[in-house]
Design a protein around this ligand. Sequence first.
Ligand code: UD1
Ligand code: CA
Length: 464
Amino acid sequence: MSESPVSVVILAAGLGTRMRSRQAKVLHRAGGASLLEHVIEASKGVAPADRIVAVIGHQAERVRAEVAHHGIGFELQTEQKGTGHALSVCAHFPGLATGRLVVVCGDSPLLQAETLQHLVHLHRESGCAATVLTTFLDNPHGYGRIIRDESGLVAGIVEEKAATGQQKQIREINSAMYCFEAALLWPQLARLTPNPASGEIYLTDVIGLLRAAGHMTAACVVDEPGEVLGINTRVDLAEVDAIFRRRKARELMLAGVTIERPETVSIDKQVTVGQDTIIGPFTQILGQTRIGAECRIGAGSILERARLADGVQILPYSLITDSSLEAGAHVGPFAKLRLNSVVEAGAHVGNFVELKNTTLGAGSKAMHLAYLGDSTIGKQTNIGAGTITCNYDGVKKHRTNIGDGSFIGSNSTLVAPVEVGPGAYVAAGSVITDAVPEDALALGRARQVLKASWARQRREKSGK
Ligand code: UD1
Ligand code: CA
């Protein structure tokens, strides 16, 4: 019996009216993941992905697309007719007929795998037909109340609207998460009828039905109410996000990362950071970003899906997206790197320099005010201030190739497609439209004209 498999149903079809959003509630994000993803991860603590089913309804296709990579199953509840109805749409999902069925809500992102493991364990030990995950609240208003019998088992759940004055005094509330004996649950679930007042089919009523059928139902109390109380408003969302950010910062600090003013920093859960890296205030480190050891992330920088090797220095207010920085690279302040840019070992990117889909070779420097797009730049080059690659002709993007050891003078305009050979030299202010061969000098600008004493003569003429 104790070997019977565990499945999880995640109720996630509701819109979440109090979010005041066009987006389904479970798609809102906290700590770098959607609410539903957090719940899926907790669910994986008790069941393999192929035994986890999400009941989806509002924006079903978007919700499915967002979490499909977790490998879970989906059932569609086209009309939201209540929590009991939501569970019933899973009745024929393969494998759910027997074993243990855990039901959780998709809007409770703080739920921990350990709590579900404890719920399943307690349920197993008690031999009950259902175990309700409950918690005690100082202000239980709005929640379903747990009615206990003389022996301490759960006799039923009463929703706020149906509760008597005395029942409203009960501080133990239903989290809307449960563990059921599947074989006992389904026949009773099929007998649920709509609540006469709301017309919804309440899953909570199944507890009373199980009891009436002669089964025992118990409670598993969670000490920390925050873990099981779902998100209802964007205020709740912000609070939960802050909890995730604190947790992540703490985890990194305990693992040897210095975070200055951690309360100002947002680091997504998937991010990894090496030892002795220093993260400055007001930074955001997002998505699948991996940071090596002994790096420095300057204040106000935003890194998204960035890969930093060891010893990389990011000076303040740099934006780095989908790009890689090799060992000892220096970037910023105020740099922007995006779309598969690579800064190779020891290369420097300075202030107001943008790299898009560009590789800057090892030891090369682009220190000031440049746009380098769709370019491959060799090693040990110097890209002068104000250099622009004209990569777009209004129709197509074109590439610029710059060879090793070349020198691009300040304010050069490189009209792509164009090549500058290794060791070549481009004079400042040039507009380069044709290939520059290896070791050549290219001058692409008007020759300077000098008119001796012209300025003095003009002053004398005008009398100024
Ligand atoms: C439910 C419980 C209540 C409990 C409270 C805890 C019932 C009848 N009541 O009330 O005892 O104290 O949760 O938060 O179950 N959902 C669907 N399809 C539906 C309806 C709901 O998928 O047709 C999903 C929602 O998206 C949500 C979850 O079920 O994730 C809970 O539904 P909600 O409407 O929030 O239930 P409450 O009224 O809060
Ligand atoms: Ca709710």
